[in-house]
Design a protein around this ligand. Structure first.
Ligand code: AMP
Ligand code: GLY
Length: 429
């Protein structure tokens, strides 16, 4: 099979790494890819936003297109590919709206009784402010409805903060059009979990769970990022919560999308809070999580390619449930100093060659580039190191051992990826 993979982050390097192991793969292109994916296939100089070039390349060369990031999905890449008869792993624009519009997502969840936080939607400042002043309960959450690269969420502890957040989004347009419509949401208590299911809109296969570490600093402090690390499985998801996630959340959502004529092909990623009243949806994404994907895929024993193809072709019912390595994984992100704000790029990265990678230890590239022969930093999240271990503690030790061998100026990491997971497992014993 000839595959075009779209994207250039750590998630796409992990996808490329897994796809490259498939005996069914004849050729892999990555558009635009990164220096990590260049070792696994052929990088193409096509930006993820250049839908015309992606479509025409795929029409001439590819049997399957695998779409990593959300923006091309929301922009209708998969619809365009369907028009020229190319199969794709990833939802059409109408189904991707579950991520592209938080307002649509919430309405869908309400219609199909999927547990989620209570909320209101506002597109004008005055009604929003009256609502905030008239009996809203704090803390509460103010969110940009559209895509804001994970940065459109403000947790507000009082009225003043909430007013500021709403004004910044609706009136000052800090997130552009994405923030002109805002959601004001009930604050949900409890730890977070990420759940993933592969689906062709009729059948779904639940993947293993993960836990993201969103804040920049250790212990839930600092600004939210795209994710500074992840572990899989999420030790806080009990068998009982997993059943609830499957039946009340994923199944209902796949059914709901289908019922509304927005059949979803691809991976549905539910961001959840494990509240005392059971799992509730924080948000949906229409793609793999980054860095959750880098923590998940090294645990997947089955061949990924036929599963992705089955999703694209609507034949997932013919696939067996994927097999997983039972050992836990830990993925640690190495970021640039300043991320998620402004940061410098072009800084030399050293130490990668000395790391012995293998099935249990991988270094995934995200924001890297080649400057001549030298690997340099090129983005906010630079690399992600994933290790598998007999225990979560062991996986942590192995991951950090490799992380400590990598050097670049301003290297920013969290030391506590998986630490809360280890504590939780000890408490459960
Ligand atoms: P989102 O982009 O909607 O996943 O939100 C980003 C982060 O904000 C989540 O991972 C949570 O940590 C936090 N968050 C969002 N919505 C809520 C909520 N209703 N209650 C508590 N925390 C939330
Ligand atoms: N790690 C969070 C995300 O991919 O949205």
């Amino acid at each position: 099979m000839r595959v075009l993979l779209v994207g250039s982050g750590g998630r796409e390097h992990a996808l490329a790494w897994k796809l490259a192991q498939s005996p069914l793969l004849e050729k892999l292109w990555i558009a635009p890819g990164n220096p990590g994916t260049a070792d696994l296939g052929e990088n193409l100089e096509i930006a993820v936003s250049d839908l015309d070039s992606l479509v025409s390349f795929a029409r001439d060369h590819a049997d399957l297109v695998v779409v990593g990031p959300e923006a091309p999905l929301v922009a209708g890449l998969v619809d365009r590919l369907a028009e020229v008869g190319v199969k794709a792993f990833g939802p059409r624009a109408q189904a991707a709206e579950i991520e592209g519009s938080k307002a649509f997502c919430k309405e869908l969840l309400m219609r199909y009784r999927v547990p989620t936080a209570a909320y209101r939607v506002f597109s004008e400042l005055n009604p929003a402010v009256s609502y905030l002043e008239g009996g809203a309960r704090y803390p509460l959450v103010v969110k940009a409805s559209g895509l804001a690269a994970g940065k459109g969420v403000v947790i507000c502890k009082d009225n003043q903060q909430a007013r500021q957040a709403v004004k910044a989004m609706i009136e000052d347009g800090v997130h552009g059009e994405a923030g002109r419509t805002v959601l004001i949401e009930e604050f949900l208590q409890g730890p977070e979990a990420s759940a993933f299911c592969l689906t062709d809109g009729r059948t779904f296969l639940t993947m293993e769970t993960a836990q993201d570490h969103k804040t920049l600093y250790e212990g839930h402090r600092g600004p939210n990022t795209g994710g500074m690390g992840a572990i899989s499985p999420n030790p806080l998801v009990s068998q009982r919560s997993l059943e609830a996630i499957e039946k009340q959340v994923l199944l209902q959502t796949v059914h709901g999308l289908n019922h509304e004529g927005r059949r979803f092909h691809g991976v549905l990623y539910a961001g959840l809070k494990l509240t005392p009243a059971g799992p509730k949806v924080l948000e949906y994404n229409a793609r793999f999580g980054d860095p959750e994907c880098q923590a998940l895929l090294p645990r997947l024993k089955s061949d990924l390619l036929p599963i992705l193809m089955a999703c694209a072709e609507g034949k997932l019912d013919q696939m067996e449930a994927p097999e997983w390595d039972l050992r836990p994984s830990v993925c640690v992100v190495l970021a640039s100093n300043g991320y998620p704000g402004k940061y410098e790029t072009g800084l030399a990265i050293e130490g990668l060659d000395e790391i012995k990678t293998g099935p249990d230890l991988q270094v995934f590239h995200a924001g890297t580039a080649m400057a001549g022969e030298q690997l340099v930093t090129w983005g906010g999240r630079v690399l992600a190191v994933t290790a598998l271990g007999e225990s979560l503690g062991e996986a942590r030790r192995l991951a950090y051992e490799a992380v400590d061998q990598i050097h670049f100026e301003g290297k920013t990491i969290r030391r506590d990826i998986g630490a809360a997971g280890v504590e939780a497992m000890e408490a459960m014993r």
